[in-house]
Unconditional design. Structure first.
Length: 182
């Protein structure tokens, strides 16, 4: 797909979400869900159909992954999806973009005064290990890129006595990964 076609498809995304969440026809809601998944990931992640021979999700991702589709807009849209695998995929895309020093991604992070940092932190509290491990990795990449800004924030989170032990362990893992890479 061309860049223009992807932008046109992306403009349909809010309508698909509304149909998925609000329409009374289950078949139409399911179709809207599948289309929104395909639009957001541009085919990088697919839900496994029960009609065909099931494949592991990782196999489908590896078969169809294209680095040209790893854009800030795609990663950002994935972060706000209702599906856990797609949200985690968004975090993985962000990690890759940050590690590659993608200009648009780094500019957006700086311009939004680290609002994305807060969004990534929210994913640390997820129950699903795929999602919170992806959050740990993206926060570690962010800490490597913006050590002066992010490291003090992570240390404060770790020292916060009101945090649960589980959350402190996750932040501790980010700190260890960051220290190893420095």
């Amino acid at each position: 797909l061309s860049s223009e076609n992807k932008q046109i498809l992306a403009s349909f995304y809010p309508s698909l979400i509304w149909i998925r969440e609000n329409h009374s026809n289950n078949e139409l809601s399911q179709l809207a869900n599948e289309l929104s998944t395909a639009f957001v990931t541009f085919g990088a992640v697919k839900e496994v159909s029960t009609k065909s021979k099931p494949k592991l999700l990782i196999e489908e991702i590896n078969e169809e992954r294209d680095l040209r589709d790893e854009t800030f807009q795609n990663a950002f849209a994935c972060l706000y999806d209702s599906s856990i695998p797609i949200r985690a995929h968004g975090l993985i895309l962000f990690r890759r973009l940050i590690e590659r020093s993608d200009r648009e991604t780094l500019t957006q992070i700086q311009d939004n005064n680290m609002k994305l940092f807060e969004r990534f932190q929210e994913h640390l509290h997820a129950d699903d290990s795929y999602e919170y491990l992806a959050a740990i990795n993206v926060l570690s990449a962010l800490a490597n890129q913006y050590t002066d800004k992010v490291l003090p924030l992570l240390c404060n989170e770790y020292l916060n006595k009101n945090r649960k032990l589980e959350d402190k362990l996750k932040v501790g893992e980010i700190l260890v990964k960051t220290c190893r890479s420095l």
